[in-house]
Structure formats: structure tokens, C-alpha cells
Design a protein around this ligand. Structure first.
Ligand code: NAP
Length: 232
């Protein structure tokens, strides 16, 4: 997807929309959740650290946004049943889902492949691609209940061109790009659901600091809020 640099979303762009953000407690997910709420969305804050989600919840309330919801979930241990239970709960609570931002991500280690720990590899694949895929499948009926729903997967430049030592992270982002192509093609013209991937670019977060400890943060974008273009 190409984004207009000067794009300015209307203040009420997401009014009456229900949007779920994974990894909403920190980094890009937090900024996106705040921004969606600021544009009128009811945001479902999903993540593994409840204290962080509560802080985002409080920030949204303090800013006068629609009351958000918190959904604690750790992708590492999550099962198919967890995803279907989640869908059932959200169905009872909201009846539909207009937006789904897959943002939660794990860097793993930047290390030569011959030293890559297989358990860590599995963890990264579970959090970055396998969990989100099965969560998407469980949530499809709720997305179909929306007039026009949008699913965004967060990708990365290393999901389009492999980079030495980036191991499972890079492979998981290639898989993300592939899955988005498959699902977007499948739902094209026969569904109300759009599916896109988005590379946020170098952004000053904990993940970026871990990946590039020697790089000056001044070269990265510092996003207090961020409106990933779920609509518009
Ligand atoms: P971050 O600051 O490390 O935040 C990652 C988020 O994912 C956190 O909220 C984290 O929760 C959550 N998360 C991690 N493991 C999880 C799990 N097992 N279950 C549930 N949630 C989990 O990273 P970020 O930089 O904001 O990255 C967000 C997305 O953007 C990722 O998909 C990343 O690959 C992508 N991206 C980032 C950059 C960049 O420059 N920052 C560039 C390209 C792409 P906790 O806070 O509880 O740990």
C-alpha cells in the first residue's frame, strides 16, 4: 500500500468503529491504539503485559476517547481454543470487528543462523505469524459482520529482502507478506474485508533499540501517535 505523506485523517474517521490492536501496550501498537481512539474508534487493547495495557486504557480515557477494552493474551502459549474463546467474547461484547491491526512482534536474536536457538526460532514464528494467522481465522466471522473491515499485518523491510543474521524475524515477515497476498486474493471481490501489510519503517521503540543498539535514535521516527491507515 502506498501512503500519501500529507494524509490527514478526518477527526471522526473511526467513529463507531471497533478496532483490535495486538501488542497495544507499547511501541507502535500503543501509538496506533491512541491514535485510533483519538479518531473515534472503540479500541480493543490486546497484549501480554496487563499493566501496560491498563496505562494505555487510562491514557485513552483521560483524552476523552471512547471507552476501550482490554484483552490479555500471550501469543506464545495461545491455543486455537483461546482464539475461538476470544471471538466468542468479542461477539457478545461488540457483535462485529471493523479493524484488526496485527502489530505484536518479537525480534528474537540477531545472530548467525548456525547459532540460532531452535526454541527461540519457534517462539518468534509463533508470535509473529502462526498466532496471528489462527487468530485471524477465528475472527473472520466478526470481520464479515462489519460493513467494510480492514486487516493490517505489520511487516518490515526484511520481509521483502532477507538480511544476514536476522533469522526467524526476517523469515516470519516474509511469511507475513505471503499470507497477506494469499488472503487478500482470496477475499478480493467476494468479501467486505480488505487485507494489507504495512511496513512502519524505522521507529524509535524498544525493538528498534535492541536491534540497533549502536545507532543514534535521532535517525528514527519518534511516534507519539500514529494513524496506521486502517481506513481512508
Ligand atoms: P516493541 O516496542 O517491542 O513492541 C512490541 C509489542 O508486541 C509489545 O506491546 C509487546 O508486548 C508485544 N508482544 C511481544 N510478544 C508478545 C506476545 N508473545 N504476545 C502478545 N504480545 C506480544 O516493538 P515495535 O517496534 O513497536 O514493533 C511493532 C511491530 O512493528 C512489530 O511487528 C515489528 O516487527 C514491526 N516493525 C517495527 C519497526 C521499528 O523500527 N520499530 C520497523 C519495522 C517493523 P510487551 O510490551 O508486553 O512485551
Amino acid at each position: 500500500m502506498s501512503c500519501k505523506i500529507d494524509y490527514q485523517p478526518a477527526p471522526n474517521l473511526l467513529e463507531n468503529r471497533v478496532v483490535l490492536v495486538t501488542g497495544a501496550g507499547d511501541g507502535i501498537g500503543r501509538a496506533a491504539a491512541l491514535s485510533y481512539a483519538n479518531h473515534g474508534a472503540t479500541v480493543i487493547l490486546l497484549g501480554r503485559t496487563i499493566a501496560k495495557l491498563e496505562r494505555v486504557y487510562d491514557e485513552i480515557e483521560a483524552a476523552g476517547g471512547p471507552q476501550p477494552a482490554i484483552f490479555p493474551l500471550n501469543f506464545e502459549g495461545a491455543t486455537l481454543k483461546d482464539f475461538h474463546d476470544m471471538a466468542e467474547t468479542l461477539d457478545k461484547e461488540f457483535g462485529r470487528l471493523d479493524g484488526l491491526l496485527h502489530n505484536a512482534g518479537l525480534l528474537g536474536r540477531i545472530t548467525p543462523f548456525e547459532q540460532y536457538n531452535p526454541e527461540l526460532w519457534q517462539q518468534v514464528m509463533q508470535v509473529n505469524i502462526n498466532g496471528p494467522i489462527w487468530m485471524t481465522q477465528a475472527l473472520l466471522p466478526l470481520l464479515q459482520a462489519s460493513e467494510d473491515a480492514s486487516i493490517i499485518f505489520t511487516s518490515s523491510s526484511v520481509g521483502r529482502k532477507g538480511r544476514a543474521y536476522w533469522g526467524a524475524y526476517s523469515v516470519s515477515k516474509f511469511a507475513t507478506e505471503g499470507f497477506v497476498d494469499v488472503l487478500a486474493d482470496e477475499l478480493d471481490n467476494q468479501s467486505n474485508i480488505r487485507v494489507n501489510s504495512l511496513n512502519p519503517g524505522a521507529t524509535r521503540t524498544q525493538m528498534r533499540r535492541t536491534a540497533f543498539p549502536g545507532k543514534t535514535p535521532l535517525r528514527c521516527v519518534h511516534r507519539k501517535t500514529l494513524c496506521l491507515p486502517i481506513y481512508g
